[in-house]
Design a protein around this ligand. Structure first.
Ligand code: MSP
Length: 512
């Protein structure tokens, strides 16, 4: 059994969960569920980034202590992840003691192994609280951070601990060129290679005059104790969650996959590997960078008023339909748009009319013509076509060409389309009219149920609750999450007793 330790970015605790957070967790959840169905020993980590200036400011604005703020927000995020069916095995909060211990141990380990990697330096520059990082001139437009044009930049002059990132320039160039699978998609790797060609600057690892964080484990030569810079502390959460520095951490570390958004690529594919190398610890195997969900082609932003109520979007057609729509419409390797109009179109045509309808018809016909018991049926062209689709599904989902979830989804849905065509061609209601065509009727219905069961498994990573519902309606044996892809083509539905349920995807009242 292969181990598959998978993580997402930890979300800032300065506000409510939004569609961008949701998109990333849903995508990573689909990968986690897919891996479990392959039989991997999956460990899926998500969590909250609870320290830093941004969180402290949000608390202050609300008249709360930072701890009150992060407790409340962590609760909201966890409720949201339950609603969306996120199957994380662990939830990390950076205010937890185990995290703080791990961060201190990691920094100490860098001091021990590469003492020159930290040095003291006076620094001045523009700090963006939105990004929680210093900005270079090229990242500033009209006096604002290009990513947070509505926030004010802060001029900061401090003496801090610095991390010698520049030392790792050639190491990182080698890493990205010799292990291209380390960072994907290719476009994201090329961006980082271009950045490396430009040259790396050392980064601040601690902050003064600021206490909401993990104390940096070494005082400055002046005796002042500083706070660990929030990114320098947040990135290690992937490691501290494994129990580091306790012995057993190696059972889980390194991670097989970090899933993050394009705005924080540099932190994960440049700073994080350099930190690990400095500590002489193994690097994660892969970083996958997804794009952004846009609204009307624009990046949404609380401050700029481009927003969407996540609860409203989920309530429209339910959590599974929301997961389906996002993963179908926003390719997991680039940006994509959320639109209410498309959401309804996709829901009605693909989920209600195509898949939902196929399920209701198939179950109703097995009830009507076969006393609800799935008949034995020889293999047909539908099984052969499903086998081809399943191969293509794996090649989109298994990471060999990246994590192309939208493509995997399309492959599974191709089986649905074919199922509908098959029913149209075979016309079981005509076959049912004469005993001479009884075998053809049974072959048709048996084939259909088999194919629907495969669809349930292939679509389980995307729409877990509905897939489970279908599994139940088919009267399939065992639990859907215990199914394994390698035996999916041998699946035999003979003798299952179907049970009609409510329509899986009821038509919306407003739809014509
Ligand atoms: N706290 C840092 C991450 C630290 S990881 C060690 C952070 N938090 S965040 O809340 O701003 O973003 C969390 C994740 O959501 C990031 O991967 C980010 O790219 C993603 N998204 C935020 N907005 C997004 C969209 N509009 N669309 C898709 N994902 C986006 O960064």
């Amino acid at each position: 059994m292969s181990k598959f330790y998978l993580t997402t970015a930890i979300d800032y605790s300065n506000g409510e969960p939004h569609i961008g957070h949701a998109y990333e967790k849903i995508g990573a959840d689909a990968i986690a569920r897919y891996r479990r169905l392959r039989g991997d020993a999956v460990h899926f980590l998500i969590g909250m980034d609870e320290h830093g200036q941004k969180v402290a400011q949000a608390a202050e604005q609300r008249g709360l202590t930072p701890q009150q703020q992060v407790n409340e927000i962590a609760e909201r995020f966890q409720t949201m992840w339950r609603t969306l069916g996120i199957s994380n095995d662990e939830f990390m909060r950076t205010t937890e003691e185990r995290h703080k211990t791990g961060v201190r141990a990691l920094i100490k380990r860098i001091f021990d192994n590469n003492p020159d990697d930290f040095y003291e330096r006076s620094y001045s520059g523009w700090y963006c609280v939105g990004c929680e990082s210093f900005k270079q001139d090229s990242e500033i437009e009209a006096g604002h951070c290009v990513l947070h044009p509505t926030l004010k930049l802060e001029w900061v002059e401090e003496r801090n601990w610095f991390f010698r990132l520049s030392k790792y320039e050639s190491f990182l160039k080698r890493l990205l060129s010799e292990r291209p699978e380390f960072l994907q998609p290719d476009s994201r790797r090329n961006e980082m290679l271009a950045l490396l060609d430009f040259g790396l600057e050392d980064i601040s690892a601690s902050r003064s005059r600021f206490t909401w964080g993990v104390p940096f484990p070494a005082p400055l030569s002046t005796g002042e104790t500083q706070t660990t810079y929030v990114w320098f502390e947040a990135l290690p959460n992937y490691l501290t969650a494994t129990g580091f520095p306790a012995k057993g951490f190696k059972d889980r570390w390194p991670a097989q996959l970090h899933v993050v958004g394009k705005d924080i690529n540099r932190f994960h594919s440049i700073i994080w590997p350099a930190m690990l190398q400095a500590a002489e610890l193994p690097l994660p195997e892969r970083v996958w960078v997804h794009g952004f969900v846009l609204l009307g082609g624009e990046r949404f932003s609380k401050s700029a008023g481009v927003k969407l109520d996540l609860n409203e979007a989920i309530a429209r057609f339910g959590p599974d339909a929301f997961r389906y729509y996002l993963l179908r419409e926003v390719p997991f390797d680039t940006d994509g748009n959320f639109s209410w109009e498309r959401f309804e179109q996709v829901y009605v045509s693909e989920l209600a009319n195509s898949w939902g309808n196929l399920v209701s018809r198939a179950v109703a016909m097995v009830e009507k013509y076969c006393d609800a018991v799935v008949p034995a049926a020889m293999r047909t062209e539908v099984d052969r076509a499903d086998a081809v689709e399943l191969d293509a599904y794996h090649s989109a989902m298994d990471g060999s060409r990246g994590f192309l979830l939208h493509e995997g989804l399309r492959r599974a849905m191709a089986s649905v389309t074919r199922g509908n065509e098959y029913v149209q061609t075979m016309q079981p209601w005509v076959l049912a009219k004469s005993p001479d065509t009884r075998t053809a009727l049974e072959t048709t219905l048996g084939t259909l149920v088999r194919s629907l069961a495969r669809q349930a498994v292939m679509l389980f990573p995307f729409v877990p609750t509905k897939a489970q519902d279908l599994w139940r309606q088919l009267g399939a044996l065992g639990r859907i999450e215990d199914q394994r892809f390698d035996s999916l083509m041998q699946l035999d539905a003979t003798g299952w007793r179907v049970r009609k349920g409510d329509p899986m995807f009821p038509k919306p009242v407003t739809a014509s």
